[in-house]
Ligand binder design. Sequence first.
Ligand code: 13P
Ligand code: SF4
Length: 321
Amino acid sequence: MTSLPYFPDLDSIGSDVDMLAEIQRLRTAKNVLILAHYYQESVVQDLADFVGDSLQLAQSAQKTKAEVILFCGVHFMAETAKILNPNSTVVIPDLSAGCSLADRCSDLVFQNWLKDYPDHAVISYINCSAGVKALSDIICTSSNAVRVVNSISPEKKIVFAPDRHLGKWASQKTGRDMVLFPNSCIVHDQFTPSKVRELKARYPVAKFLTHPECSASVTSRADFVGSTAAMLNFVATDSAKVFIIGTEAGILYQMSKVRPDAEFLSIPVDSSGSCPLCPYMRLNTVEKIYLALRDLKPEITLDETLCQKALKPLQKMLALG
Ligand code: 13P
Ligand code: SF4
């Protein structure tokens, strides 16, 4: 019998519940580690024990002794936490928090695509399902993609999935020719050279930082390209006073904390000047976090054999540091 899908029942929250106080009580009572990605809204970041990029969050999930991990991010991140720490209960505020990269590269599509490249090393970006990870030789994140590509012996051919932009960027940085899976991030795809040009013209002293999930036509115009954590580190140590940030706007919260003297500008994604927000990441709310802690649902569950297969390429990546 298959179980019914879980939907957070917001109506079950009594009107007298002090959710922030309850979250504090429940996290201690149930020995919960709360992890949050930089793309969460600021109130969620403030609730977390640790806020980080994909690699840092995977490392935290791997080493924690907490009985429960509450992952405020998207599904592939929570799934990765479960693979790395199968003895912990892993819950996510909203099970439908997907990712265009993971969702548009199903296990079956990926398996069929790989048939054309039997003699290639398979590198997969961590933004993919456990099934895709299990079919890969090694995983990478945006912060270690170059190191991972360089770890493959020079005579070996490489396929890279499921982000063609990150793959192209890593290919340019390493000089390695790679076959790229045709897929991209819907958030970073909204940035165009003309939008960047327009902002740079308005703020000529600004430094432009961007994520490698952007197209080459955008990354080629940047002063710095790196993961969210790398961008945060850049602004913390750079002397510029104005920065144009080419990624999801959630990171601006931490940037403003480390550089209260600097100005941070998002690239607007429409004519009304809206900031770039990941629709999946933003499904997580305080209400759903409270429910996840109260009910320890929805829980990430994985087939044990699949888990073991997906663990190997993840461990290879983590061993590289
Ligand atoms: P990083 O966390 O590696 O910066 O990647 C951003 C992202 O899009 C996560 O889905
Ligand atoms: Fe996926 Fe893009 Fe959202 Fe990151 S920002 S979770 S890559 S859709």
